[in-house]
Ligand binder design. Sequence first.
Ligand code: AMP
Length: 116
Amino acid sequence: MYDDNNIFAKILRNEIPCDKIYEDDFSLFFNDINPQAKIHVLGIPKYPCIDFYEFTSKADNKIIISFFKSVNTVIEKLNINNKGFRLISNSGEHGGQEVPHYHVHILAGEKIGSLR
Ligand code: AMP
């Protein structure tokens, strides 16, 4: 069950600050506080859900489409499409998820190491 005391819910409520990259009605993108690459941006929907599975199960198609179009907008804004990037979403204990509000990581700006 979604817990709205998580840190990304607090960022969405403006209770704690973030280093904002892009925002629209359905999503917010900001720099990761502990970057794992030269560019490390997090994208979150403004929709209370824990992970990819819950987001794509419960949210309206309009919200889902808008969120992924926003990822595309941020990729363009960061100008990373030419050299490439890695798009990651961790889920649950086995996926290594720390913050239980659905988010994507956009890693870029240098060659990202292998997954294992
Ligand atoms: P995950 O393991 O997929 O849940 O990733 C959570 C990410 O959130 C980690 O990369 C953290 O560095 C990042 N993070 C945690 N707190 C903040 C914060 N206040 N602002 C920006 N990024 C954060």
